[in-house]
Design a protein around this ligand. Structure first.
Ligand SMILES: O=C(O)C(=O)C[C@]1(C(=O)O)C=C[C@@H](O)C=C1
Length: 363
């Protein structure tokens, strides 16, 4: 017992040291913020944040063999930088709500908790909030590995002149959440029908007698379950701490390959980081070989396309535009050359931006 007391004393000393360093860090961030303000620079610096994440994760591996878990380290640094930024400038971030959805989770992963969040009810509202300057950034889903592309999000880029400033890829993990502390007491399960469908095998095996009730969202299921003492909800991890519910069972979804990609939209362009992606909208004329000609520009300069998606232009019947994602930043030489060629031929409808690739691209 005495040994524990001694080790705890050591932990107390370490915590004092961590606290001292955190307070020193936030004061320096404040100074950087003042310099940036005085020079008219963007206060939020996601490229620098990326550099810090990569550096810290690498040092943790190299110096300490990854003793401290990588995911936890990411979250700690996410919060440290979120807090440091909040004393420089409070950010406003609109996302497709309600609270505790996967879009909320993606927003938290990109911005941390020290941000003013504005949950809105449609993807268009997210674009609108940013466009009107009521939010600095917006977060929207753009594709899921099982359900496919969120066309509505792509269409919004034709309507609004916003830029993509970042992306986040989230594994869709579903959990059984409840006030209860034991599985045996669960008599009813509430959730959105997609979430129920994805967890059907687990339910049949573990709670075959439970009554299943559909709700309009996983967040609504949590609200209902909060008031009950014989029920559980299927929802995200963020829902568990938003609604203070216990996780009775983790990762009960069927597919291990269920990921959703979210875009961060804003009004600014992003600097080159060396691990970037560029998105743009191209016009392809309705004549033989035109798509081939367009793609040839990328081929000629060795530009790798990661996605190509066609959507109706909405200007003329049977007229389509192509949403293209490619590897690299528009300031990279080969990307610049390919884009110059496409611009010369009048094929670029809109540049949506170059931005750092998702930190954990698991798809
Ligand atoms: O380096 C900066 O520009 C800072 O403002 C500091 C800091 C940080 O906490 O490290 C904070 C916010 C920025 O988004 C990036 C980094």
């Amino acid at each position: 017992m005495e040994e524990i007391a001694l080790w705890r004393k050591r932990i107390d000393e370490i915590d004092e040291e961590i606290l001292r360093l955190l307070n020193e860090r936030i004061k320096i961030a404040q100074k950087i913020g003042e310099i940036k303000k005085a020079s008219g620079l963007d206060i939020h610096a996601p490229e620098r944040e990326r550099e810090i994440f990569e550096r810290v994760l690498k040092l943790n591996e190299e110096l300490y063999g990854g003793e401290f878990p990588k995911e936890a380290l990411f979250h700690i640094y996410r919060e440290i930088m979120s807090a440091c930024l909040s004393v420089e400038k409070p950010l406003r971030v609109a996302y497709l709500g309600p609270k505790a959805t996967f879009t909320h989770q993606a927003a938290l992963e990109y911005f941390g908790f020290s941000v003013h969040y504005i949950p809105v009810s449609t993807i268009k509202d997210v674009f609108n909030e940013v466009d009107l300057g009521r939010a600095d950034y917006g977060v929207v889903p753009v594709e899921n590995t099982i359900e496919g592309v969120v066309n509505y999000t792509l269409d919004m880029f034709l309507e609004y002149d916003l830029k993509i400033v970042g992306e986040v890829v989230i594994p869709i993990k579903l959990h059984l959440l409840s006030n209860l502390s034991s599985l045996e007491d669960v008599k009813r399960i509430y959730s959105h029908r997609h979430a129920i469908a994805q967890c059907r095998n687990w339910i049949d095996k573990n709670l075959p007698k439970a009554q299943i009730i559909e709700t309009e969202s996983t967040a609504r299921a949590c609200e209902i379950v909060l008031e009950l003492n014989d029920a559980a909800a299927i929802a995200s991890e963020v829902a568990s701490y938003t609604y203070h519910l216990n996780i009775l069972a983790q990762n009960i979804q069927e597919s291990a390959n269920n990921f959703t990609r979210f875009l961060i939209v804003g009004n600014r362009s992003m600097k080159r980081t060396g691990k970037d992606k560029t998105s743009l909208i191209l016009a392809v004329r309705n004549k033989p070989g035109d798509l081939y000609k367009t793609l040839e520009s990328f081929y000629l300069y060795g530009v790798n396309l990661t996605k190509i998606e066609s959507r109706p232009s909405k200007k003329k019947a049977w007229d389509y535009v192509f949403f293209v994602d490619l590897d690299g930043h528009m300031e990279d030489h080969n990307v610049r050359m390919a884009l110059d060629l496409l611009a010369k031929e009048n094929r670029i409808i809109k540049m949506l931006g170059s931005y750092p690739k998702a930190l954990f691209e698991e798809s």
